[in-house]
Design a binder for this molecule. Structure first.
Ligand code: MRU
Length: 341
Protein backbone atom coordinates (compact mmCIF):
# COMPACT_ATOMS: atom_id res chain seq x y z
CA UNK A 1 0.00 0.00 0.00
CA UNK A 2 1.20 3.54 -0.74
CA UNK A 3 1.65 5.86 2.24
CA UNK A 4 -1.10 8.15 3.57
CA UNK A 5 0.79 11.15 2.23
CA UNK A 6 3.99 11.54 0.22
CA UNK A 7 6.04 14.11 -1.64
CA UNK A 8 6.40 13.16 -5.29
CA UNK A 9 7.59 15.18 -8.31
CA UNK A 10 7.02 18.56 -6.68
CA UNK A 11 3.53 17.61 -5.51
CA UNK A 12 1.90 16.22 -2.38
CA UNK A 13 0.01 13.02 -3.02
CA UNK A 14 -2.61 11.81 -0.51
CA UNK A 15 -4.95 8.86 -0.46
CA UNK A 16 -8.49 10.28 -0.60
CA UNK A 17 -9.92 9.29 2.80
CA UNK A 18 -13.42 10.41 1.78
CA UNK A 19 -13.56 7.60 -0.77
CA UNK A 20 -12.17 4.75 1.34
CA UNK A 21 -12.76 1.86 1.66
CA UNK A 22 -14.73 1.41 -1.54
CA UNK A 23 -12.27 3.26 -3.77
CA UNK A 24 -8.51 3.72 -3.38
CA UNK A 25 -7.88 6.95 -5.23
CA UNK A 26 -5.16 9.55 -4.77
CA UNK A 27 -5.38 13.34 -4.76
CA UNK A 28 -2.45 15.50 -5.90
CA UNK A 29 -1.96 18.97 -4.47
CA UNK A 30 0.23 21.54 -6.21
CA UNK A 31 -0.34 24.62 -4.02
CA UNK A 32 -1.02 25.58 -0.41
CA UNK A 33 -4.61 26.35 -1.40
CA UNK A 34 -5.13 22.80 -2.68
CA UNK A 35 -3.60 21.38 0.50
CA UNK A 36 -5.80 23.65 2.66
CA UNK A 37 -8.92 22.45 0.83
CA UNK A 38 -7.82 18.82 1.15
CA UNK A 39 -7.54 19.31 4.93
CA UNK A 40 -10.87 21.15 5.21
CA UNK A 41 -12.78 18.59 3.17
CA UNK A 42 -11.10 15.66 5.00
CA UNK A 43 -9.31 14.16 2.00
CA UNK A 44 -6.69 13.92 4.73
CA UNK A 45 -7.59 13.97 8.42
CA UNK A 46 -6.30 12.86 11.81
CA UNK A 47 -4.21 15.32 13.83
CA UNK A 48 -0.67 14.15 12.91
CA UNK A 49 -1.53 13.69 9.21
CA UNK A 50 -3.06 17.19 9.12
CA UNK A 51 0.21 18.58 10.52
CA UNK A 52 2.29 16.74 7.91
CA UNK A 53 0.01 17.90 5.07
CA UNK A 54 0.17 21.50 6.26
CA UNK A 55 3.99 21.35 6.38
CA UNK A 56 4.05 20.23 2.74
CA UNK A 57 1.51 22.97 1.97
CA UNK A 58 3.96 25.57 3.29
CA UNK A 59 6.72 24.19 1.04
CA UNK A 60 4.40 24.22 -1.99
CA UNK A 61 3.31 27.77 -1.22
CA UNK A 62 6.90 29.05 -1.07
CA UNK A 63 7.87 27.15 -4.23
CA UNK A 64 4.95 28.77 -6.05
CA UNK A 65 5.56 32.28 -4.67
CA UNK A 66 5.60 35.23 -7.07
CA UNK A 67 9.29 36.31 -7.38
CA UNK A 68 8.28 39.91 -8.13
CA UNK A 69 6.49 40.32 -4.77
CA UNK A 70 7.83 40.45 -1.24
CA UNK A 71 8.29 36.88 0.00
CA UNK A 72 7.64 37.56 3.72
CA UNK A 73 4.14 38.87 2.96
CA UNK A 74 3.34 35.89 0.75
CA UNK A 75 4.67 33.56 3.46
CA UNK A 76 2.34 35.14 6.05
CA UNK A 77 -0.62 34.56 3.70
CA UNK A 78 0.38 30.90 3.21
CA UNK A 79 0.56 30.36 6.98
CA UNK A 80 -2.73 32.18 7.58
CA UNK A 81 -4.54 30.10 4.95
CA UNK A 82 -3.32 26.80 6.40
CA UNK A 83 -4.02 27.95 9.96
CA UNK A 84 -7.69 28.50 9.08
CA UNK A 85 -8.31 24.87 8.03
CA UNK A 86 -9.10 22.89 11.19
CA UNK A 87 -8.91 24.55 14.60
CA UNK A 88 -8.76 21.64 17.07
CA UNK A 89 -5.76 19.57 15.92
CA UNK A 90 -2.76 20.87 17.85
CA UNK A 91 -0.39 19.14 15.40
CA UNK A 92 -1.44 21.57 12.66
CA UNK A 93 -0.20 24.58 14.63
CA UNK A 94 2.84 22.70 15.89
CA UNK A 95 3.90 21.84 12.31
CA UNK A 96 3.27 25.39 11.06
CA UNK A 97 5.40 26.81 13.91
CA UNK A 98 8.21 24.47 12.91
CA UNK A 99 7.95 25.50 9.24
CA UNK A 100 7.93 29.18 10.25
CA UNK A 101 11.16 28.67 12.18
CA UNK A 102 12.88 26.96 9.24
CA UNK A 103 11.65 29.68 6.87
CA UNK A 104 13.02 32.38 9.19
CA UNK A 105 16.42 30.70 9.38
CA UNK A 106 16.71 30.17 5.61
CA UNK A 107 14.76 32.95 3.93
CA UNK A 108 17.87 34.58 2.49
CA UNK A 109 18.62 31.48 0.40
CA UNK A 110 17.75 31.60 -3.33
CA UNK A 111 14.07 30.71 -3.78
CA UNK A 112 14.69 27.19 -5.18
CA UNK A 113 17.03 26.26 -2.32
CA UNK A 114 14.59 27.67 0.25
CA UNK A 115 11.75 25.60 -1.23
CA UNK A 116 13.88 22.46 -1.09
CA UNK A 117 14.86 23.18 2.53
CA UNK A 118 11.15 23.46 3.43
CA UNK A 119 10.33 20.21 1.61
CA UNK A 120 13.11 18.51 3.58
CA UNK A 121 11.64 19.82 6.83
CA UNK A 122 8.17 18.52 5.93
CA UNK A 123 9.71 15.14 5.08
CA UNK A 124 11.50 15.18 8.44
CA UNK A 125 8.19 15.85 10.22
CA UNK A 126 6.68 12.91 8.36
CA UNK A 127 9.59 10.54 9.10
CA UNK A 128 9.74 11.56 12.78
CA UNK A 129 6.00 10.94 13.12
CA UNK A 130 6.47 7.35 11.97
CA UNK A 131 9.24 6.79 14.53
CA UNK A 132 7.17 8.49 17.23
CA UNK A 133 4.16 6.26 16.50
CA UNK A 134 6.30 3.16 16.89
CA UNK A 135 7.60 4.44 20.22
CA UNK A 136 4.01 5.11 21.35
CA UNK A 137 3.25 1.50 20.38
CA UNK A 138 6.11 0.22 22.54
CA UNK A 139 5.17 2.53 25.42
CA UNK A 140 1.57 1.32 25.47
CA UNK A 141 1.69 -2.33 24.41
CA UNK A 142 1.81 -3.69 27.96
CA UNK A 143 -1.47 -2.01 28.80
CA UNK A 144 -3.09 -4.62 26.54
CA UNK A 145 -3.11 -8.16 27.91
CA UNK A 146 -3.31 -11.42 25.96
CA UNK A 147 -6.99 -12.04 25.14
CA UNK A 148 -8.14 -8.44 25.62
CA UNK A 149 -11.02 -6.97 23.70
CA UNK A 150 -10.26 -3.34 22.89
CA UNK A 151 -12.77 -0.68 21.89
CA UNK A 152 -11.56 2.20 19.72
CA UNK A 153 -13.30 5.25 18.28
CA UNK A 154 -12.69 7.18 15.05
CA UNK A 155 -9.41 6.45 13.28
CA UNK A 156 -6.09 6.89 15.06
CA UNK A 157 -4.26 4.54 12.73
CA UNK A 158 -1.87 4.77 9.81
CA UNK A 159 -4.28 6.95 7.82
CA UNK A 160 -4.39 9.56 10.59
CA UNK A 161 -0.59 9.68 10.83
CA UNK A 162 2.43 9.03 8.63
CA UNK A 163 1.56 5.35 8.52
CA UNK A 164 1.59 3.42 11.82
CA UNK A 165 -0.93 5.02 14.12
CA UNK A 166 -1.21 6.08 17.75
CA UNK A 167 -4.13 4.24 19.39
CA UNK A 168 -4.04 1.66 16.58
CA UNK A 169 -0.24 1.68 16.87
CA UNK A 170 -0.53 0.46 20.48
CA UNK A 171 -2.97 -2.28 19.47
CA UNK A 172 -0.80 -3.20 16.50
CA UNK A 173 2.39 -3.48 18.57
CA UNK A 174 0.63 -5.71 21.12
CA UNK A 175 -0.74 -7.87 18.28
CA UNK A 176 2.63 -8.08 16.51
CA UNK A 177 4.14 -9.30 19.80
CA UNK A 178 1.83 -12.29 19.60
CA UNK A 179 -0.96 -11.22 21.95
CA UNK A 180 -4.46 -12.31 21.04
CA UNK A 181 -6.39 -9.06 20.63
CA UNK A 182 -9.89 -8.36 19.39
CA UNK A 183 -10.87 -4.83 18.41
CA UNK A 184 -14.39 -3.40 18.57
CA UNK A 185 -14.53 -0.52 16.08
CA UNK A 186 -17.06 2.25 16.69
CA UNK A 187 -18.52 3.35 13.36
CA UNK A 188 -18.02 7.01 14.42
CA UNK A 189 -20.89 9.07 13.10
CA UNK A 190 -21.11 11.39 11.26
CA UNK A 191 -18.03 10.93 9.05
CA UNK A 192 -17.72 7.17 9.75
CA UNK A 193 -13.95 7.12 10.24
CA UNK A 194 -14.32 3.88 12.24
CA UNK A 195 -16.45 1.97 9.76
CA UNK A 196 -14.65 3.24 6.68
CA UNK A 197 -11.04 3.71 7.77
CA UNK A 198 -10.22 1.83 10.99
CA UNK A 199 -12.04 -1.33 9.90
CA UNK A 200 -10.23 -1.16 6.53
CA UNK A 201 -6.83 -0.73 8.21
CA UNK A 202 -7.36 -3.51 10.74
CA UNK A 203 -8.49 -5.86 7.98
CA UNK A 204 -5.32 -5.12 6.01
CA UNK A 205 -3.25 -5.74 9.15
CA UNK A 206 -5.04 -9.02 9.85
CA UNK A 207 -6.12 -7.88 13.34
CA UNK A 208 -9.44 -9.50 14.36
CA UNK A 209 -12.15 -6.89 14.60
CA UNK A 210 -15.90 -6.32 14.87
CA UNK A 211 -17.63 -3.17 13.69
CA UNK A 212 -20.37 -1.74 15.94
CA UNK A 213 -22.55 1.35 15.77
CA UNK A 214 -21.68 4.02 18.31
CA UNK A 215 -24.74 3.36 20.49
CA UNK A 216 -23.77 -0.30 21.09
CA UNK A 217 -20.64 0.34 23.18
CA UNK A 218 -22.42 0.70 26.54
CA UNK A 219 -24.32 -2.53 26.19
CA UNK A 220 -21.22 -4.50 25.18
CA UNK A 221 -19.41 -3.10 28.21
CA UNK A 222 -22.31 -4.16 30.42
CA UNK A 223 -22.14 -7.67 28.94
CA UNK A 224 -18.41 -7.90 29.76
CA UNK A 225 -17.34 -8.01 26.11
CA UNK A 226 -14.94 -5.07 26.29
CA UNK A 227 -11.75 -5.04 28.40
CA UNK A 228 -10.54 -1.49 27.77
CA UNK A 229 -10.92 1.59 25.56
CA UNK A 230 -8.10 3.29 23.68
CA UNK A 231 -8.39 6.39 21.48
CA UNK A 232 -6.18 9.04 19.95
CA UNK A 233 -6.37 12.77 20.66
CA UNK A 234 -6.39 16.02 18.73
CA UNK A 235 -5.19 18.21 21.57
CA UNK A 236 -4.25 17.57 25.19
CA UNK A 237 -4.15 20.37 27.77
CA UNK A 238 -1.50 20.41 30.50
CA UNK A 239 -3.97 19.09 33.10
CA UNK A 240 -4.58 15.98 30.93
CA UNK A 241 -7.99 16.95 29.48
CA UNK A 242 -7.99 15.49 25.96
CA UNK A 243 -9.99 16.52 22.88
CA UNK A 244 -10.83 13.77 20.43
CA UNK A 245 -13.54 12.83 17.94
CA UNK A 246 -17.09 13.56 19.08
CA UNK A 247 -18.36 10.57 21.03
CA UNK A 248 -15.10 9.96 22.87
CA UNK A 249 -16.42 11.73 25.99
CA UNK A 250 -19.46 9.42 26.10
CA UNK A 251 -17.18 6.38 25.87
CA UNK A 252 -15.03 7.66 28.74
CA UNK A 253 -18.14 8.11 30.92
CA UNK A 254 -19.32 4.61 30.01
CA UNK A 255 -15.87 3.15 30.73
CA UNK A 256 -15.84 4.81 34.17
CA UNK A 257 -19.31 3.43 34.97
CA UNK A 258 -18.22 -0.09 33.99
CA UNK A 259 -14.82 0.26 35.73
CA UNK A 260 -12.89 -0.24 32.50
CA UNK A 261 -9.55 1.45 31.73
CA UNK A 262 -9.77 4.36 29.32
CA UNK A 263 -6.47 5.20 27.59
CA UNK A 264 -5.44 8.05 25.29
CA UNK A 265 -2.44 7.66 22.95
CA UNK A 266 -0.84 10.70 21.30
CA UNK A 267 2.54 12.13 20.29
CA UNK A 268 3.98 15.14 22.14
CA UNK A 269 3.12 17.26 19.07
CA UNK A 270 -0.54 16.89 20.17
CA UNK A 271 0.08 18.36 23.64
CA UNK A 272 -0.69 22.02 24.19
CA UNK A 273 1.10 22.92 27.39
CA UNK A 274 -0.06 26.55 27.04
CA UNK A 275 -3.62 25.47 27.87
CA UNK A 276 -4.51 25.03 31.52
CA UNK A 277 -7.50 22.80 30.79
CA UNK A 278 -9.70 21.38 28.07
CA UNK A 279 -12.07 24.36 28.48
CA UNK A 280 -9.58 26.34 26.40
CA UNK A 281 -9.46 23.87 23.48
CA UNK A 282 -11.24 25.27 20.39
CA UNK A 283 -13.86 22.82 19.13
CA UNK A 284 -14.49 22.73 15.39
CA UNK A 285 -18.11 22.88 14.19
CA UNK A 286 -18.47 21.22 10.80
CA UNK A 287 -21.14 21.61 8.07
CA UNK A 288 -24.61 20.39 9.01
CA UNK A 289 -24.96 18.24 5.91
CA UNK A 290 -22.45 15.78 7.41
CA UNK A 291 -25.22 14.99 9.93
CA UNK A 292 -28.15 15.25 7.51
CA UNK A 293 -26.49 12.83 5.10
CA UNK A 294 -24.67 9.52 5.23
CA UNK A 295 -22.25 8.85 2.39
CA UNK A 296 -23.84 11.69 0.41
CA UNK A 297 -27.40 10.28 0.81
CA UNK A 298 -29.97 12.37 2.66
CA UNK A 299 -31.34 10.73 5.82
CA UNK A 300 -33.53 13.66 6.80
CA UNK A 301 -35.01 16.81 5.28
CA UNK A 302 -32.46 19.37 4.04
CA UNK A 303 -33.74 22.12 6.37
CA UNK A 304 -33.72 20.14 9.63
CA UNK A 305 -31.59 22.06 12.17
CA UNK A 306 -28.55 20.08 13.34
CA UNK A 307 -25.42 20.48 15.45
CA UNK A 308 -22.09 19.09 14.29
CA UNK A 309 -19.30 19.62 16.83
CA UNK A 310 -16.44 17.52 15.43
CA UNK A 311 -14.75 16.92 18.80
CA UNK A 312 -15.44 16.68 22.50
CA UNK A 313 -13.14 16.86 25.51
CA UNK A 314 -12.57 13.98 27.91
CA UNK A 315 -11.85 15.34 31.41
CA UNK A 316 -8.54 14.10 32.80
CA UNK A 317 -10.33 12.44 35.73
CA UNK A 318 -11.87 9.93 33.29
CA UNK A 319 -8.51 9.00 31.69
CA UNK A 320 -6.65 6.06 33.25
CA UNK A 321 -3.36 6.80 31.46
CA UNK A 322 -1.94 8.89 28.61
CA UNK A 323 0.55 7.17 26.32
CA UNK A 324 3.17 9.09 24.34
CA UNK A 325 6.60 8.42 22.85
CA UNK A 326 7.98 9.34 26.28
CA UNK A 327 6.11 6.58 28.12
CA UNK A 328 2.89 6.21 30.11
CA UNK A 329 1.62 9.08 32.26
CA UNK A 330 -0.80 8.43 35.12
CA UNK A 331 -2.86 10.86 37.17
CA UNK A 332 -2.32 13.43 38.55
CA UNK A 333 -1.46 14.66 35.05
CA UNK A 334 -0.48 18.17 36.07
CA UNK A 335 2.53 16.46 37.64
CA UNK A 336 3.17 13.50 35.28
CA UNK A 337 2.78 15.52 32.04
CA UNK A 338 5.00 18.33 33.33
CA UNK A 339 7.95 15.94 33.00
CA UNK A 340 7.29 15.69 29.23
CA UNK A 341 7.29 19.45 28.57
O1 MRU B 1 -12.06 14.66 12.30
P1 MRU B 1 -10.87 13.75 12.24
O2 MRU B 1 -11.11 12.51 11.45
O3 MRU B 1 -9.63 14.49 11.80
O4 MRU B 1 -10.66 13.32 13.74
C1 MRU B 1 -9.58 12.48 14.04
C2 MRU B 1 -9.54 12.03 15.44
O5 MRU B 1 -10.37 12.36 16.24
C3 MRU B 1 -8.36 11.18 15.83
O6 MRU B 1 -8.69 10.33 16.87
C4 MRU B 1 -7.20 12.09 16.28
O7 MRU B 1 -6.93 13.07 15.33
C5 MRU B 1 -5.98 11.30 16.56
S1 MRU B 1 -5.25 10.67 15.09
C6 MRU B 1 -3.83 9.87 15.49
Amino acid sequence: MRPTIEWKDDRVVMIDQRKLPLEEVYVECRSEEEVARAIETMVIRGAPAIGIAAAYGVALGVMGADPTRELDRQFDCIIRRLTRTRPTARNLFWALERMKRVYGENKLLPCGALGLRLVREAQAIEAEDLETNKKIGSSGKDLIADGDSVLTHCNAGGLATSGYGTAIGVIRTAFEEGKKVHVFVDETRPFLQGARLTAWELKKLGIPMTLITDNMAGWLMKKGEISLVITGADRIARNGDAANKIGTYSLAVLAKHHRLPFYVAAPLSTFDFCLRSGDEIPIEERPGDEVRQVGGCAITLPDIPVRNPAFDVVPAKLISAIISERGVARPPYSRSLAVWR
